[in-house]
Structure formats: C-alpha cells, structure tokens
Design a protein around this ligand. Structure first.
Ligand code: THU
Length: 160
C-alpha cells in the first residue's frame, strides 16, 4: 500500500490593513453586503463580494426562504450575479464574511461544500483560479489561491 499526502498552503493575515488595498476594499464590500442578507430563519448573515478582471466589484448575500432547502448562499448569489450581469469576464477574487446571531465569529467562516463546488465549476469554465479571502466577523483573514485548494479531489466536467 502506498501512503499519499495532501499539503495545503494558504496565507493568513491578521487584519484588513495587511491585505493589498483592492482586497481590503473587496472584503469591505462583503461586509457591506451583510446588511442585504435576508436571513430571518437562521439570523446568520453571509456577505460575499467578487472582483472581476475588469476591476469591477459586486456583492451578494444569503437569501433564505420559509421552504428551507430553497435558501441561497451568499457565495452562489454573488457568482450568479457575476455570471448574469458580466458574462465572460473572469472572476479574480471572492471575499467572504459572516455575522452570526449568538456569537462573534473570530475565525474565517469557510464556504459550504455546495459553494466550493460552484466556485470550482466557475474556475473550470473560466480556466482561471479564483482567489478566496475569508474572514469571520473579526480576527485573522485566510487567503487561498484557488477554490480547488479547499475542495480537494473535486468532481468536474473532465470526468464526463
Ligand atoms: N450560508 C451561506 O450563505 N454560505 C455558506 O457557505 C454557508 C451558509 C448561509 C445559508 C443560510 O442562509 C445560512 O448561511 C445558515 O446556514
């Protein structure tokens, strides 16, 4: 039997001012997007913001529904907004942040599995990695060079 190992490298910065200005601005847009979350059921607000290759930024937030499985995650709301409003423009970076009802989240709140899959699909489509900048409500910020880094062994169209 052969033992194999997976090594993940990512960057950690302590505060917003330690990011390059465009990424600090993107994280600020994700934070501003929190207030547009519609989350009356979980009260868990998620803000996402996308930086396009054109330099344009757009935000998204989670949108819940009384029929719970219909809830939309902020990351996929932002991805859909980019795909429908700016088709064919490469997504360079996504910033994500959260605000929870009962606790101050002091560590990066990572995208759920479905959002990781959606981000990987976009990477596959645009043939370019999407950088991720992720923060909780406060605390350190994690930066990943690709969505694939947080979805190892991912399924994509190359299998079809
Ligand atoms: N949520 C997101 O918006 N993104 C994620 O990656 C995880 C979860 C939302 C869905 C739901 O509205 C709330 O957070 C609680 O799960």
């Amino acid at each position: 039997m052969k033992q194999k190992k997976l090594v993940l490298t990512w960057e950690e910065v302590q505060e917003l001012a330690d990011l390059v200005p465009v990424e600090a601005a993107l994280l600020n847009l994700a934070t501003a997007s929190l207030k547009h979350a519609y989350a009356p059921y979980s009260n868990f607000h998620v803000g996402a913001a996308i930086l396009l290759e054109s330099g344009e930024m757009l935000g998204g937030s989670n949108q819940e529904n009384a029929a719970y499985p219909m809830c939309l995650c902020a990351e996929r709301v932002a991805l859909s907004a980019a795909a429908s409003q700016h088709p064919n423009i490469v997504i360079k970076t996504m910033a994500i942040t959260v605000k929870a009802p009962n606790q101050v989240i002091g560590q990066p709140a990572m995208p759920c599995g479905s959002c990781r899959q959606a981000l990987c699909e976009k990477e596959y489509q645009q043939k370019q990695a999407i950088r991720l900048v992720v923060r909780g409500e406060k605390g350190s910020i994690y930066c990943f060079k690709s969505a694939k880094d947080i979805l190892p062994f991912s399924f994509d169209a190359s299998f079809l």
